[in-house]
Design a protein around this ligand. Structure first.
Ligand SMILES: [Zn+2]
Length: 213
């Protein structure tokens, strides 16, 4: 969850790489706390994160940044709607874990994005075989479409049951537990896992000291 990191540099944000839509949901630090910390502060940061997460190329990002200066209002609108989608994705999977049902408004946000994104889907033939690909060369919101697809795929698949929320305090990060016995508890061992271990160690020491006296 990257508590103490400099949030102006989006490349320092951990990308778990298990599920694109969950990584997008995790662009907030301490997401489950009353003071969540925003990593994506504007359209430029959204474009930079998209490169960092492997959604678009550096070259594409540079094109989009030029576009976003020319069409600043549209870029701001895309940013606002992207954040709205991100929070809907976050609540959808969190509610699935804890309530087993999701908010209709959140689903409506995702459904709107599905319609919007999939109008750019087409069959291409890059080599011997055909495949589906998003094609919207100049669209400012194109980095969102694969995220939408990821959320749609995850929500409608059996993997949905493997989505968990980190147990590290108010970290709030979501991850896909691919361990065989479904025993994973933290977003990452290096981060919340270590913090939990250090805390356990501290509590044990405190307890040992107390019992000595
Ligand atoms: Zn965590």
């Amino acid at each position: 969850m990257d508590m103490s990191k400099d949030r102006s540099d989006i490349t320092r944000l951990t990308v778990l790489g298990e599920s694109l839509c969950l990584d997008f949901a995790n662009t907030v630090g301490w997401h489950a706390s009353s003071e969540p910390q925003e990593w994506i502060s504007d359209y430029g940061q959204l474009a930079k994160w998209s490169v960092h997460a492997g959604v678009i190329t550096e070259e594409k990002k540079n094109e989009l940044l030029i576009q976003s200066i020319q069409f600043a209002d549209e870029a701001n609108q895309v940013y606002t709607e992207a954040i709205e989608l991100r929070e809907a994705i976050y609540r959808i999977f969190k509610d699935e874990i804890y309530k087993g049902e999701i908010n209709r408004e959140d689903l409506a946000v995702l459904n709107r994005w599905i319609k919007r994104s999939f109008s750019y889907l087409e069959i291409i033939k890059p080599s011997a075989s055909y495949r589906l690909s998003f094609n919207g060369t100049k669209e400012l919101d194109q980095m969102i479409w694969p995220i939408v697809q990821s959320a749609m795929d995850l929500l409608t698949s059996e993997d949905k049951k493997r989505v968990k929320q980190c147990e590290g305090g108010t970290c709030g990060w979501l991850f896909l537990d691919t361990s065989r016995n479904k025993s994973r508890r933290w977003c990452s061992m290096e981060d919340c896992g270590n913090r939990a271990k250090a805390k356990r160690h501290y509590n044990r020491k405190k307890h040992e000291n107390l019992t000595k006296h």
